[in-house]
Design a protein around this ligand. Structure first.
Ligand SMILES: Nc1ncnc2c1ncn2[C@@H]1O[C@H](COP(=O)(O)OP(=O)(O)OP(=O)(O)O)[C@@H](O)[C@H]1O
Ligand SMILES: [Mg+2]
Length: 263
């Protein structure tokens, strides 16, 4: 069964796009067919694959504007087993026009319905706010993956705000689980890392075992438009993403078993 995962954190620079793209590569290399959906008007995950809205025959904005079906707009095989619904700067305008529309929060969920069954996993790269596009991401998703920058002193407060937003949605009967908090930008020697690492369990959300190390190579990979997991497959960062991919797949198995036992 397809799992749809929103990668979200309203804090800018937490690593949402980096994690979306490199996790997709790792999942694809492990043989899992994966769709990346770039809903952020900054379209960073699209750029990280070396692509641009201009280079695509269709984008996520065309889908939101009703000019294209998701299946027609997506770009296939951007890397092994990975398709991409290309991002678009016009999504900033789309968000404004959505405000006045009926079922404005369910637009993405409806648009993805016809294509998501073709994939094992769908990863949605959300913008750095809790606005209407991110809420569309939450309603389209089964689970939310929350990257946390372990060099950001305010990361704890940011994650707490995000988790409480998810709680509010659940109270409104939106079924979206917290897949986990993912420690990104990890340098274990730093005080900020140690302080955050001690504080995070108090958030009462699953803390993933895999941790993504701080590596300058992520920035270079973005400039070149080649994800680091592709560019340096033998590096520690690529290894961390393979561990993350395996952990996420194992969590799904545990979850399914628990449900089966409960039935
Ligand atoms: N583990 C890491 N090590 C070093 N640099 C990183 C790491 N993760 C992300 N970065 C860098 O931090 C910056 C922000 O990362 P990224 O764009 O993935 O974050 P984001 O949460 O998607 O940002 P935004 O909120 O703007 O969408 C980028 O320059 C990226 O290369
Ligand atoms: Mg981003």
């Amino acid at each position: 069964m397809t799992r749809v995962i929103a990668v979200a954190n309203q804090k800018g620079g937490a690593g949402k796009s980096t994690v979306t793209v490199n996790l997709a590569v790792a999942l694809g290399q492990a043989g899992r067919s994966t769709l990346v959906v770039d809903i952020d008007p900054q379209f960073d995950s699209t750029a990280m694959f070396g692509l641009s809205p201009e280079s695509a025959t269709g984008t996520i904005a065309d889908v939101f504007l009703g000019e294209s079906e998701a299946g027609e707009a997506l770009m296939t095989s951007v890397t092994e087993n990975v398709d991409l619904l290309v991002g678009d700067g016009r999504m900033a305008d789309v968000e404004l026009t959505l405000v006045s529309q009926v079922r404005r929060e369910e637009f993405l969920a409806e648009a993805l319905r016809e294509v998501q069954g073709d994939y094992d996993l769908v990863l949605i790269d959300c913008p750095p706010n809790l606005g209407l596009l991110t809420v569309n991401g939450f309603l389209a998703a089964d689970e939310v993956l929350v990257p946390i920058s372990m060099v950001d002193r305010n990361a704890y407060k940011g994650a707490a705000t995000l988790l409480s937003t998810l709680q509010t949605l659940r109270r409104r009967r939106v079924s979206v689980e917290t897949l986990g908090l993912l420690r990104n930008n990890v340098d274990e020697r730093r005080n900020t890392y140690q302080t955050l690492n001690e504080a995070l369990p108090a958030l009462d959300a699953p803390l993933l075992d895999a941790q993504i190390p701080m590596r300058a190579g992520f920035h270079d990979a973005t400039t070149e438009g080649i994800p680091l997991v592709v560019r340096k497959p033998d590096g520690r960062a690529a290894q961390a993403f393979r561990e993350l991919a395996a952990e996420i797949q194992a969590r799904s198995a545990t979850h399914t078993t628990t449900l089966a036992e409960a039935a």
